[in-house]
Design a protein around this ligand. Sequence first.
Ligand SMILES: [Zn+2]
Ligand SMILES: [Zn+2]
Length: 431
Amino acid sequence: MSELKQSRPKGTQDFVPPDSERRLQVGATFRRLAETYGYRAIITPTFEHTAVFVKSSGETSDIVTKEMYSFKDRAGRDLTLRPEGTPGVVRAVLENQVRMPCRLYYVGPCFRYSRPQKGRYREFGQLGIEALGEAGPLTDAEVIFLGGAFFGSLGISDCRTQVNTIGCRECRPAHRDALRTYLLERREQLCEDCRLRIERNPLRVFDCKVETCRQAARDAPTPRHYVCPACKAHFEQVLANLDRRGLPYDVNDRLVRGLDYYNRTTFEYISASLGAQDSLGGGGRYDYLVEEFGGPATPAIGFALGLDRALLTAPKASVPARRELAFVVWLTEAEIGPAEKLADRLRADGIATQIDYDARKVKGQFKSADAAQAACCIVIGPDELVKGVYSLKNLATGEQREVPADAITAEVRKLFTEQDSRGLVPGTLES
Ligand SMILES: [Zn+2]
Ligand SMILES: [Zn+2]
């Protein structure tokens, strides 16, 4: 083989069959689940004006300062490949005057210039929901539960949920002052970034991965102990509802999440099997963001889950040897026409069907059927045409038999069902 001239950029991934199909299936599972909770699809551009992200994620967030793929287009506009889904959704809801309250979900790629490692890529898939216009704690609990249900449906059994509250406009200043005082006393211990954070957003020190910062943060005052009675009551109702739903969780006082727009409930899904990069995703309430975008005061909550980590963590089904695919094989050129007609008929009946138009010999066509992992071949020759039958060959067992022409659809379906018990990959995929 000649040498490859180009490889894919660092931090990106290729998905070839069957991994591409598995990835689509995870997206479809999420979509179906979100829809059962009343969420509807929203599709926004892959890039936005840079200001959309700077305004919402916070000028000092890691995403904005270090990780954005920003560029000028040919007209000199400042644009950025979306590093997360929420800001674009909020922008689109306001721009299109979507009636609120509204429940929306999205599935799509996001981009961050971070150091690639296991489960972390520069282009990655995100699955998200946003409930705009819902204020109550029961919504928080339902949103948290939905994420847990998604991981459950993927067979991820070691997923733990962490929850916290970081307060509201009323009670955050008191905590911020206490935290600032505490951090100023330990300024020498903090990294460059965290020293800047003391003034701008001291809460972020809880997110820092630098060891000395983690030590300094260990005994720092946490938001939960400063929240006002209203925030406290809200959080207690979230937890009570999670208890009622039977979703196990841990309260993590240091879970603040790295974005400026969160308030009150924050949460994260953790998988032990992911090691240091243990987060499967998370979210929180963002009651002030819509207003900051120039919209009406609107309470909101949402989450974003990592498609790549979900794929990495979900148990892999054994790779099936065959697909729900029929291969029509013709013996002589006289049967190409009837073969084509049969293939179109099967397709109209919803059966995936392929023909090899190039291989002149039957043996070559069977080889193609095998390469395509077809479940069966339907052979048409001069004899079959005269008799009004087809030869149906099961490629898993090698068994071959004659089938009346008008029963072919039913027989192929039956064959798929028989092979299904042996782990045939379903042929119909939702994307
Ligand atoms: Zn409060
Ligand atoms: Zn630090």
